[in-house]
Write a protein that binds this ligand. Structure first.
Ligand SMILES: [Zn+2]
Length: 334
């Protein structure tokens, strides 16, 4: 699919580095759970990792490759005697979640890396991850985000449907497959606290922009799976959601998930109309932007660049998914 006209503007306008020094402290969610801001491209509040501590510790998501040093310094700020986490768990193999895994794995020679079975090969050989990130962000932005390095095969442990991990001291994790945003997507339930590290399965919710924004990028977005995953979360009796983009949601979880479902279903059906009527993806993007502005009670000008960029990727993902479904339907008809 050709890149939409707006993408160049979005990527270029987003390439602004704020200088944020080290010395950031992880934020305590509970005595066992900490939010670590990865300061993506130097900007706070965009990409989080979560540290979970029992007798052993796990870091869920690793941020961009250029965030690895920030993460290491924040973990040391939390615990001066800290050497390494025991488990690195990327929720999925996209650049903002798994890009830093190879760099962190090198700095933590004993950490075990748990990844969904469908994504493991892209950690071991990140060529395809790099290629698709360059395609989405462009080369200029990639110099901000950095380049992933391979994770040695013998460090990678594949998770299929579900995996229970005992960190000791009464802290247990259930890591389970949650496709939709990507085929290789997992979420992590912190069982004792009923907190769910969602990955991108519930989309985005930023401070000051307090609505769910579906994250449906190409090439892996699948609407039916996305809906199934979200619907599954509504029945899990959760006490809180921990979003990589960004932070903790404790209030009205059911309302958040239901609004999420409503939005994705409307986006999906609008994408099918766009494909059926031969509209360009630009038109779908404009519709999504207006929809999000209306839902948030804001003007289009008030939508920040990082949200605009994500909505662009989501328009591309919904569009290409609708094209695939239509192609399949047509081949069945003939
Ligand atoms: Zn993400």
């Amino acid at each position: 699919m050709p890149l939409p006209r707006v993408l160049g503007r979005i990527v270029n306008s987003s390439v602004r580095i704020q200088s944020v020094g080290f010395g950031n402290m992880p934020k305590e969610i509970s005595s066992d759970v900490f939010l670590v801001d990865t300061l993506a491209a130097g900007i706070p509040g965009l990409v989080a990792s979560y540290l979970i501590k029992g007798e052993k510790s796990a870091l869920v998501d690793a941020g961009y490759p250029t965030s690895a040093n920030t993460l290491l310094s924040e973990l040391r700020a939390l615990d001066a005697s800290w050497r390494q986490v025991d488990f690195l768990i990327p929720t999925h193999v996209h650049l903002d979640h798994a890009g830093g895994v190879g760099h962190l794995a090198r700095a933590m020679p004993k950490a075990r890396i748990l990844v969904n079975e469908h994504g493991a090969k892209h950690l071991i050989d990140p060529a395809k991850l790099i290629q698709s990130a360059v395609g989405l962000f462009g080369k200029e932005a990639m110099s901000l985000f950095g380049t992933p390095i391979p994770v040695p095969t013998d460090r990678v442990e594949m998770v299929s449907d579900v995996c229970d991990l005992d960190l000791g001291a009464g802290v247990g994790l259930r890591i389970f497959w949650t496709p939709g945003h990507a085929w290789h997507h997992m979420s992590v339930l912190i069982e004792s606290e009923r907190l769910l590290v969602t990955g991108d399965a519930v989309g985005l919710r930023y401070q000051g922009f307090d609505i769910p924004i579906p994250a449906t990028p190409p090439p892996g977005f699948n609407e039916e799976q996305y809906v199934k995953t979200l619907t599954g979360f509504t029945g899990m009796n959760l006490a809180g959601l921990l979003l990589p983009h960004f932070g903790l949601i404790r209030e009205d979880l059911r309302g958040f998930l239901e609004k999420n479902l409503e939005t994705i279903k409307q986006w999906g059906s609008r994408a099918f109309d766009a494909v059926n009527f031969g509209e360009p993806v630009d038109r779908l993007f404009d519709w999504f932007m207006t929809d999000i502005a209306n839902r948030a009670g804001k003007s289009l000008d008030e939508i920040p660049d990082h949200i605009t960029r994500n909505i662009m990727f989501s328009a591309m993902g919904c569009y290409s998914h609708a094209q695939e479904v239509r192609t399949k339907q047509r081949s069945l008809e003939t």
